[in-house]
Design a protein around this ligand. Structure first.
Ligand code: ZN
Ligand code: ZN
Length: 84
């Protein structure tokens, strides 16, 4: 376990897939969810910044380490739209 910064209480279990953002100090369920909330990293814009989880389409999950943002689980309705 290691802390992000002295002022940030986020505990990051080692060897997990969780990605903690050192800018907005939110924890994400994995690299792909983390990437979704970062903007400006495509080489076309100069400043990297964070989107709110809502803007990035991520939802909070209550995990043992705290709130972790991840992709919403597919609902039956979404599934049907995708695989129709
Ligand atoms: Zn961030
Ligand atoms: Zn942090």
């Amino acid at each position: 376990m290691s802390y992000c910064t002295k002022s940030c209480p986020a505990l990051l279990p080692e060897g997990s897939n969780y990605c903690h953002c050192t800018d907005c100090h939110l924890t994400f369920s994995g690299e792909s969810s983390f990437d979704k909330h970062r903007r400006g990293s495509d080489g076309y814009t100069t400043s990297r910044h964070c989107l709110s989880p809502q803007e990035a389409g991520l939802v909070p999950y209550d995990k043992s380490i705290g709130i972790v943002y991840g992709k919403p689980r597919m609902t039956q309705e979404t599934r049907e739209k995708l695989f129709r």
